[in-house]
Design a protein around this ligand. Sequence first.
Ligand code: WT7
Length: 682
Amino acid sequence: MEERERIYDEFEHYIVPSSWKDRVWEIEDYKKFYESTIKDKEAIEKWWEGWANKLFWFKKWDKVLDDSNPPFYRWFVGAETNLAYLCLDWQIEQGRKNKVALIWEGEPFDEMIRRPKEMRKFTFYDLYRRTNRIAYALKEKLGVKKGEILTFYLPMIPELPEYMLAVQRIGASHSIVYSGFSALALAERAMAAGSRIIVTADGLYRRGKIIPLKEVVDEAIEICEERGHKIEKVIVVKRTNRPAIPWNRRRDIWHHEFIRYISENVRVETERMGSEDISYILYTSGTTGAPKGAQHSIGGYAVGLYTTMKLIFDINPDDIYWCAADIGWVTGHSYIVYGPLMTGATAVMYEGAPDYPKPDRWWHMIERFGVSVFYTTPTAVRALMKFPLDYVKKHDLSTLRIIHSVGEPINPEAFRWYYTNLGREDVVASSTWWMTETGQMLTGHFPGLGKIFPLKPGTNGYPIPGVKLEVVDEDGNPCEPGERGYFVITSPWPGMFMTLYKDPKRYIDVYWSKFNEKGMYFYTGDYAVKDKDGYIWVLGRADDVLKIAGHRIGTAEVESAMILHPAVAESACVGRPHEIKGEIPYIFTVLKQGFIPSPDLEGELKSHLRNTIGPIVASDATVLFVDMVPKTRSGKIMRRLLKAVVSGAPLGDTTTLEDEAAVEEAEKAYEYLKKAMEKAEK
Ligand code: WT7
């Protein structure tokens, strides 16, 4: 983070993409416009209502925003719509029946003829028919009803968006678990959501290898059953043709058999959903071991997505839009599936790794499909910019007009690299800030307004109109420009989550309590700076949450997984800055008596992490064996001290390190751990 602060301090100049030279907004002009959309509750309502009026509703709202019981804000009270209807039926009604909605590309690639082995295009009508069939089968064969939550553990194959839209059509909801999570993580999430149905696949392709999925689901079901939760049905999509998949005849069913005898012309009546009904829950990490289920709405969520697709991606129906994330994370929910379909764009979806079989796979795809709007992550950019530039140069990327990033701070070098080499200095580019809880993007640059303000490499741009964001100090008072503080949202926005599933108390405690003397401030958990122009720079997490390649993992989650292993007495996890992945986990580990540190044991602990959390944590983790983990007198792990150790920073002023840490002890611990680090590095 210090590195980023330095970059921020030194940064002075602006960038304007060449074809936007005549359409640059003076910052003061944007500010005036922005102020007019947030000046009071009426202004905020007016701004969002204007957007809501562009969408389809079975029934319009009685009230735009009910803020009488904060933080339980209610958007578009009394309105009725349906996400599947917005994404499919409404598009067909607007004349897009035979327009391509989704281009899907599988990972396997034929190097001889330089072509993907599988590529499929789906029109809006194709998706409409396919999701109706699934919706029918879910309803008639399995009795899925409005309000039920199904768990999806699926790779990046077309059936994932199809199942998502199918449950939306019948008024059920989904909880998607990223296919890189372990059996234990899947089991915990399926139980928390109360799911009786899991949809999965036999396996997935990754870097040319087949990774089994069904086995993980079976293991998760065992864990559920041990804890008294029954999974009644598992629907399995055949993706890889792996032989000998473990099978439970009474419980498991192949997807193709599930829908086999259902007519392609079957129609399922679309549920008229209340604006505040649940579209989905998505579990995300926090500062305790238990994942939090962010519960999203339907009406407000749709308005938030539609608006940001238009405003930040400037999306038009003739755009070829590609968000290269995974649907298992919120980015994919909002900006691979619901957002793009709702705006009638053509969305690209890719199954595999960006560097398979060669590091130009993505550039090849942008050329082949003529992608015009591209959404990616800083980690991917940093990884791909390491390869020779020829991989980029041999492809025609001239269709690109907008490229945004998300998930973690982008360093100016990575921004400049993609702006120049992918965007030929003529794309609108920004780092859009948002999170699982916000549902929609909340900052960026906005070509959709017809004008932009100058870009600055590394910033998050401005708050979008209609949303108030602030950087505040410990007491909730606004910081001076350039001063670091906590990043808060001080007005409700339509895409916001509504609560934590079945845990409204935690919703209040975690997000809405830190600054409650000042008013209803949503605490993001991030540090940020607002510069003299009002641009926002999110610096990173202020809490004990890691961002590993943009994936959010709580240190407490790692620590509670570690102590499940019989050899581990205690552990403390901190992030170490990493030039590609942003951050990687370092885990200080105290062994129980009788266990001796060894490379074998380290290997075993890492595979234990793989089994309990998943490869996101395990593949980059370093396990360090130590005799003690430094703690304050009240028993809190001295994380800043550990951070200083792993990043090779000096201990600095120990008195400000942690409250009540004894200076001498801290210094001793620091020296001791530094040695342990050095030993491990060798
Ligand atoms: C956290 C939320 C929302 C999409 C994926 C992440 C960090 C997100 C940015 C950005 C700097 C960013 C924040 C935030 N973050 N976007 N453009 N610049 N930091 O969703 O997993 O819920 O994580 O990601 O730290 O709090 P998420």
